[in-house]
Design a protein around this ligand. Structure first.
Ligand code: LMR
Ligand code: MN
Length: 427
């Protein structure tokens, strides 16, 4: 015990109190434990702080109470401020649990001081640095992640995980695609090890596609599929349910969505009018998917819910899609108008999930517009529906004139069970 807790109070009374608090903790008497360690004389005791954090943590878990969980995380971090009083073993035990709780709570930025401690204590282990990078990326702080990453690479220039993150940041934050490709290439040269993750293969191949280096992209996609990172070289969504029937183009007659499709087709003129009346609200596509041109969209539904107020302005469209819960309630998709200007080319890309099918209702200027999904290219027709699986690679050209308008309606993949439709996390 003394090895784990050097520098604790020596008076036997306080030692007994701490022993007793630890026993309370082991017996699940969390509030008794908390009461004991709240004594003013124990405020600078690491053991007391440990008991407090564990007791709050256990209570939060039992009550599924996020506010208590935040207090527990704060208590762990308070304990870690006394890190010089913790043995290596104790420090690892406490930081493991703290980091696990922080990830569960989703407050990734608060992992930073915890990792910094580990890095200081174990300066020769690059994993703590790499995990800090991941946490900072999860917290949407690519700027901070980059600083950490640069230090890691200075000392471990060939660390594959660090190189993969470098590729990721170069691509996502800076659009420096050639350099991203070089980093990914080195990171993924061996096909095992911790850098071997689906998302790195995805971004490696995607960067090559964006550069127009199609043969190399295809090699990466084949390798990724062979390693089980993708459903197939051309179906590269990352959020998948494995068993779903998978094909690029669907015939609506062979799905439960014929009624929806026919209702949309019957009302296409009113839907077009609603789509046009809302033009001022459309937002430009900014994911870097188009090689040239202009492309903007307006969501009516996203993640299975109406964007507040939108349906007031598109009542016919909304009343039709609301008749089909697999559309209006599709938490892995959207319902949106998509307007593409003449001369636009959308580069090959894939959607995030195989859990939806994407219905398009052609509304205007569909002449000389093309959509390739996997190996087959089709054309929109005004007033007619197309149905495809956008987890397959697809590409769009508007070689005609005027603004091509379509209504996009995502529907749950027909093979998903009601439970899956309820429980899959939204995208
Ligand atoms: C896509 O989802 O990439 C395109 O089909 C969208 C569009 O407006 O054609
Ligand atoms: Mn797309």
């Amino acid at each position: 015990l003394d090895d784990d807790w050097p520098g604790e109070p020596s008076e036997s009374y306080w030692r007994q109190q701490l022993d007793q608090a630890e026993q309370d903790l082991r017996q699940g008497e969390w509030s008794a434990a908390l009461g004991r360690v709240s004594a003013p004389s124990l405020q600078t005791s690491a053991r007391a702080r440990y008991v407090k954090a564990r007791a709050l943590d256990a209570t939060a878990e039992a009550r599924r109470d996020n506010r208590l969980l935040s207090q527990a995380i704060a208590a762990y971090i308070d304990l870690l401020k006394m890190n010089e009083r913790l043995s290596d073993k104790k420090l690892i035990e406490v930081t493991d649990r703290t980091l696990e709780r922080i990830k569960f709570r989703g407050t990734y930025l608060s992992a930073e001081p915890v990792y910094k401690l580990l890095i200081r204590r174990f300066p020769d282990n690059p994993n703590y640095r790499n995990n800090l990078t991941v946490s900072l990326l999860m917290a949407n702080r690519a700027d901070l992640a980059e600083t950490v990453l640069k230090e890691t690479l200075k000392r471990w220039p060939n660390d594959h995980v660090a190189l993969a993150h470098l590729g990721f940041i170069l691509k996502i934050s800076y659009n420096r695609l050639e350099e991203a490709v070089d980093a990914f290439k080195k990171a993924l040269e061996d096909q095992t090890g911790p850098a071997n993750e689906p998302r790195f293969y995805y971004h490696y191949g995607d960067a090559l596609l964006l550069l127009g280096r199609f043969n190399e992209a295809h090699e990466v996609h084949k390798r990724g599929a062979a390693l089980g990172h993708f459903l197939s070289p051309n179906q590269r969504s990352l959020y998948n349910v494995e068993r779903l029937k998978s094909k690029p183009w669907w015939n609506v007659e062979n799905t439960p969505y014929t009624k929806l499709a026919r209702a949309l087709e019957r009302s296409w003129r009113q839907i077009l009018e609603e789509g046009e009346s809302l033009r001022a609200l459309y937002e430009k596509e900014k994911e870097g998917l188009k090689e040239r041109g202009e492309w903007s969209q307006l969501d009516l539904f996203a993640r299975g819910s109406e964007i507040p107020g939108r349906c007031k302005k598109a009542p016919v469209t909304c009343s039709i899609v609301r008749q089909e819960v697999a559309a209006a309630g599709c938490r892995r998709g959207q319902i949106k108008f998509s307007a593409m200007e003449a001369g636009t080319h959308v580069r090959p890309h894939v959607g995030p999930t195989n859990c939806r099918l994407r219905m398009h209702l052609g509304l205007s200027n569909t002449k000389d517009t093309y959509i390739r999904v996997d190996k087959e290219t089709r054309q929109w027709q005004t007033g007619k529906v197309l149905l495809f699986d956008d987890s397959f690679e697809h590409e769009v050209w508007h070689n005609g004139t005027g603004t091509r308008l379509v209504l996009i309606v995502d529907v749950w993949h027909p093979d998903l069970t009601p439970t899956e439709r309820r429980q899959l996390p939204a995208i």
